[in-house]
Design a protein around this ligand. Sequence first.
Ligand SMILES: CC(C)(COP(=O)(O)OP(=O)(O)OC[C@H]1O[C@@H](n2cnc3c(N)ncnc32)[C@H](O)[C@@H]1OP(=O)(O)O)[C@@H](O)C(=O)NCCC(=O)NCCS
Length: 248
Amino acid sequence: MPAGPPSTRPVDVWLARIREPCDPAVLGAARGRLEMWEEERLGRLRRTEDQIRFAAAHVLVRVLLSTLRPVRATGWRLAETPEGKPFVSSPGTDPALHFSLSHTAGLVGCAAAASVPVGFDVEALERRLRVEGLARHALTPTEIATRPGDGPPSARWFLRHWTLKEALLKAVGLGLRVSLRSVEVSPGAGGPATIHHLPEAFGDPGDWRAHTLEPLDTHVAAVAARAGTPLDVRWRVLEVDEVLEAFV
Ligand SMILES: CC(C)(COP(=O)(O)OP(=O)(O)OC[C@H]1O[C@@H](n2cnc3c(N)ncnc32)[C@H](O)[C@@H]1OP(=O)(O)O)[C@@H](O)C(=O)NCCC(=O)NCCS
């Protein structure tokens, strides 16, 4: 009997802690082992911490992908769309692997899934966010009305919305070309989120699933995928040194 559709869609989310100011070993491990376009992007980043976050994320995703397919971590070919969404361009990786990257203070992360577009975002809670102004820019009136209490919204409450929206926009490959206010969500407090509205670029809104993740006290993250079924989110937190050791 042919197998039916899977009841859940596995999505792997890996986070790597980086020390800041960071160990330049990350740059040493990445140099000469990424694609030309990645080396060029790396070369254009001015701040050392941005270079290290970029290099760490692009190494991390290769190490994660190698746990899903029998390809060496240094053997992955990656490319990016004209809109900036990176993708696997290696031949012979059916079903296709999709992934998404994010970097922020102290942490880089990526999500990967087979066959379905995926988006990932992580933000540090320590950042001094002007939450009220950002909320007016990024959230819908309905979302703002759900903030708990009468005081200013907390950074955690805001970032749950923000990361969820960015994860969705990255999954569809458009990033911030699509207005954050055209997406309406209820993130909950870790776990499956409710998606109320998505713009036309997403196709059937019923196909989309998203989760907020708070594996560390210091950061808020979210993952989204056009999965059609609930997500089975499997996350792990590593130290960047472990990632570099696996980059062979
Ligand atoms: C993608 C975007 C949402 C990133 O947000 P951010 O919180 O600043 O940064 P993050 O670290 O979370 O994510 C950056 C990663 O998103 C990915 N990304 C970039 N453009 C993307 C797109 N269109 N779709 C999906 N992913 C994208 C890249 O992997 C990037 O990491 P890299 O530079 O190491 O490859 C935002 O930069 C964007 O929309 N860029 C494209 C449009 C643009 O340039 N707009 C100008 C501002 S309106």
